[in-house]
Design a protein around this ligand. Sequence first.
Ligand code: TMP
Ligand code: ASP
Length: 238
Amino acid sequence: MVEKIELIHEGKAKKVYSTSNPHELLLEFKDDATAFDGEKKGRIREKGALNLAISTLLFQYLEKENIPTHFIKTISPTEMLVKAVSIIPVEFVVRNWTAGSLARRMGMEEGIKLNKTILEFYYKNDELKDPMINEYHIEAFNLAEKKHVEKAKEYSLAINDALLRLFESVGIILADFKLEFGVDHNGEVILADEISPDNCRLWDAETMEKLDKDRFRRDLGRIEEAYREVLKRLETRR
Ligand code: TMP
Ligand code: ASP
């Protein structure tokens, strides 16, 4: 029996509780949805459970691909037990296709395949709206140790290779995604947070239909259906 002891953090999509084991935390996935750094708010029915189920499948898949993650086990449809980490305050964004802020910044349309994968870094700070930074900023402001950043970069690209293969096998294009890493009590860098349609851009390979949070950001409707479709396709691969 895992006991929720104290709410230690409430983020936009998840609550974090301490447990009786100081090295383990309980994450509760919420149905709340936000976009544009919290400016747009809403709820997506069943989102917590869908994202937990999708993240679970992806974490288990990545562990098999030798990527260490914080996942320990699922406790309930919306609760996951994870390893406690100290979160590196840098968001690692991996891009394979133009979309979102990259398309805007480069004055390009969305949906162009990049010649080379792009890895970007953002300072995880809601008040500042997660500004883009580079490795010099990470070092200059001591956001993370250099060896931890090197590991997280290596994992980000390995995760991209593994997820591209997995999603391709179920007819989905992985256009881009965001990862967060933490350092556990042994000093090891491990993948944290979640991997779900909230922080990935997923497009149906045949129709290019959006199967991710852009349906919420852009008021495209059928959001829950899209998340459910991603889960359904991944379940065929377990
Ligand atoms: P962007 O195009 O808005 O920069 O987003 C790139 C990818 O990162 C996209 O899959 C959404 C994800 N993302 C997050 O998960 N959280 C964020 O705060 C941002 C800005 C992007
Ligand atoms: N996750 C961020 C927010 O909730 C940005 C986004 O996904 O658009 O505001």
